[in-house]
Design a protein around this ligand. Structure first.
Ligand SMILES: Nc1ncnc2c1ncn2[C@@H]1O[C@H](COP(=O)(O)OP(=O)(O)OP(=O)(O)O)[C@@H](O)[C@H]1O
Length: 284
């Protein structure tokens, strides 16, 4: 008897909340939805995927329908700030940001990137490189340049070599992300005090950035997942001088795997103290 009363109370509590964002469980999946109407013993909700669900009073309980937390409604830049930490909330947050061209989202020190499959104006231009080079991680919206900058700075801050692991399924955007990282590090290197003015535009940085199309010419093929799919993983090593400029680097091809990964290893000759490891998770 007591249980019925609680359910009835819960049902009528929706009455004043028309338009409320909710999670509704349908076929074992939590779906984001909006309360449409509540009357005659039926709660009507429309899921974000366009499905209209008619829930009878008896089936409305916290397991079936629950209010969405404000952090999930607004969306957050860092997933660790989400109050609801279930898969649906994580995917919903990524999707919400993606719809506003926010393809990057932090998960603590991990950066999640969703492949936009289109050019987003201004996202990777030189002004953006400049902006992110002047701010610490977390001060600006999540971006691959923020991770690249942290990696570059940490070489000196922690006096240790840095490693960036880029991982994701085929077509997720690993190769493009690698090129963006190299682009950022190359600009930082060219602007560093260690680069003589005469060599600002013709140095090893340019060779590293321009090696990508050559590598792709030999190592890429069209697959059902990706028109320009890398057929081997890459281990890219960059050597920095104490003054911050790239002195050299190498690309080592790894075994062909179904889900390839790219490692960028920024190295400086100094005593090993600590490791900073940053990871990427990419979603196609
Ligand atoms: N940040 C981005 N902005 C715009 N388009 C992108 C971005 N990242 C990836 N793409 C698009 O997605 C395509 C696939 O990306 P990419 O080749 O980097 O995937 P991948 O993860 O390296 O795949 P594979 O493992 O098959 O080599 C690119 O050719 C490009 O068109």
């Amino acid at each position: 008897m007591g249980r019925v009363l609680i359910i009835v109370h819960h049902f009528y509590s929706w009455y004043n909340l028309l338009g409320t964002r909710v999670w509704v469980r349908e076929k074992e999946q939590l779906l984001p939805a909006t309360v449409n109407s509540c009357g005659d013993g039926t709660l009507v909700v429309t899921t974000d995927y366009g499905e209209v669900l008619y829930l009878q009073q008896a089936e409305v309980n916290r397991e079936r329908v629950c209010a969405m937390h404000q952090s999930s409604i607004d969306g957050v830049e860092d997933m660790s700030a989400l109050a609801e930490l279930h898969e649906a909330a994580i995917m919903h947050n990524l999707h919400q940001r993606y719809q506003k061209d926010g393809i990057y989202t932090n998960i603590g020190s991990i950066l999640a990137a969703v492949n936009p499959y289109k050019q987003i104006p201004g996202l990777y231009d030189l002004e953006r490189v400049d902006l992110y080079s002047k701010h610490h991680l977390g001060e600006l919206p999540p971006h691959i340049f923020a991770v690249a900058n942290e990696c570059y700075r940490c070489i000196w801050k922690r006096h240790d070599s840095q490693c960036v692991l880029i991982s994701g399924e085929s077509g997720a955007g690993k190769t493009e992300s690698t090129k963006l990282l190299l682009q950022f590090l190359s600009v930082m290197s060219q602007n560093s005090v260690g680069t003589p003015p005469s060599e600002k535009s013709t140095r090893v940085e340019q060779a590293i950035v321009q090696s990508s199309p050559i590598m792709e010419a030999f190592g890429n093929a069209k697959t059902v997942y990706n028109n320009n799919s890398s057929r081997f993983g890459k281990f890219i090593q960059l050597h920095f001088s104490e003054c911050g400029n790239i002195q050299g680097g190498c690309v080592i091809d790894c075994i062909l795997v179904s889900v390839s990964s790219t490692y960028i290893y920024a190295h400086i000759k100094c005593s090993a103290l600590r490791n900073f490891n940053s990871e990427f998770l990419l979603f196609p």
